[in-house]
Design a protein around this ligand. Sequence first.
Ligand code: PBG
Length: 326
Amino acid sequence: MGFPQQRFRRFRRTGRLREMVRETTLDPGDFIAPLFVKEGLARPVEIDAMPGQHQHTVGSLVESCGALAELGVPAVMLFGIPAHKDAEGSSAWDPNGIVQEALRAVRAELGDGLVLVADLCLCEYTDHGHCGVVRGRAVDNDATLDAYARIAVSYAEAGADWVGPSGMMDGQVGAVRRALDAGGHSEVTVLAYAAKYASAFYGPFRQAAESRPQFGDRRGYQLDPGNADEAVREVKADIDEGADIVMVKPALPYLDVLGRVKAAFGVPTAAYQVSGEYAMLKAASARGWLQEEPAMLEVLLAIRRAGADLILTYFARDAAERLRRG
Ligand code: PBG
């Protein structure tokens, strides 16, 4: 059947018609909001390169979590900035560490009203800023796994529903899964940063999380941007090790990878729209070069269309508010 019998424009004539045949939709329930909480902070501090995002105090974090839950956003991902950094990153598994404290405070206020996800990495906690234990100038993969296992149990004990190992060490999902199970936390879910690329789009995050590497870069452990087959193999390895949800990160520059991962495995799949993706849209909108709301919604929809069941996004609150308004 061809033109003139086939007229695609029949469905494009009105908003109602377009809605009736829309294949992909957006809902506040699709979002996970990443939030930063800093130990010893007197008041929230806006992050220069991420307008509208803050380093939170525990108090302002709890408030933000309440607002998100109210809007129908089901989950938050917590990143901690400790007062004390050392070579091992020992604040990460301190039972009174900042993330542990934040988990207990949000839980006390909101109960089961929000799924609490704890990002699990060392870069915010080490004085060298790398995601693992450093030997010489390189990160020691297997020594790092022991630290991740300890952190996972500590977060679970503080009440995390999910943990998100993000350091890209080989074997990290298995190490975390085994430690959780051995510690009596078999119900804690592992959201694996499975295909995480060595990306230039993490810059604003490193400012927010105070986690810039003090020497070298992360190309020794994160995926090479040229590789998609390898990403699919990484994801498979994480699923085999027990990942419940797999993530592709960043999102927009890697939609092809996201599509392949969802098609290949059909497991719950998340995409992380990272700090640089957020900053780009914010900066262009601030200059009047883009219209923020439609651009935000179009990108989020594209990430869903490509295969994401869940989107980690700094736009969670704005997008949920916008969707609520209809
Ligand atoms: C590392 C980590 C990174 C992000 C989250 N966890 C990136 C990195 O510094 O390599 C980036 C998130 C973002 O840019 O929004 N553990």
